[in-house]
Design a protein around this ligand. Sequence first.
Ligand code: T46
Length: 134
Amino acid sequence: MSKEPLLHFNVLGDHRGQLIALEENKEIPFDFKRVFYIYGTQEGIPRGQHAHYETQQFLICIHGSCKVSLDDGKEKKTYVLDKPSIGLYQDKMIWGEMFDFSSDCTLMVLANMPYYEEDYIRDYTQFLKIVTND
Ligand code: T46
């Protein structure tokens, strides 16, 4: 993985509490066209387990915690998302898996494209073939 994907946001806090603002092409490194969030993930169940041809994603755990592994076909790294002040960039053609969800976890995802199932690579062997030009 070339660039550090884990980003720490500026927290605008005062005596009332905290606020984090995310803008396209500033804190989030792309224009976003879609927001979705997953929650209520059952214990021991992983999610994701796919890559995208073109979709870039930015993952923020806005409540609770989870882990995310990012794999470019050569190297796999795991990140802990356990506060709303950090976010993880998942570039296109990076295999992502989300796991170890706390029962109260809400994982919000910003994406640069609308949802297209055709953009998903859900087979790891196929993913490896593509990234290694095999
Ligand atoms: C990711 C993790 C965190 C839609 O209709 N629209 C959407 O925008 C999305 C993301 C999904 N769907 C449908 C497709 C499936 O019928 O919702 C169903 C569940 O999707 P999926 O099995 O891909 O869910 P997860 O939790 O394994 O993965 C999702 C995202 O797909 C993925 O990109 O990063 O959440």
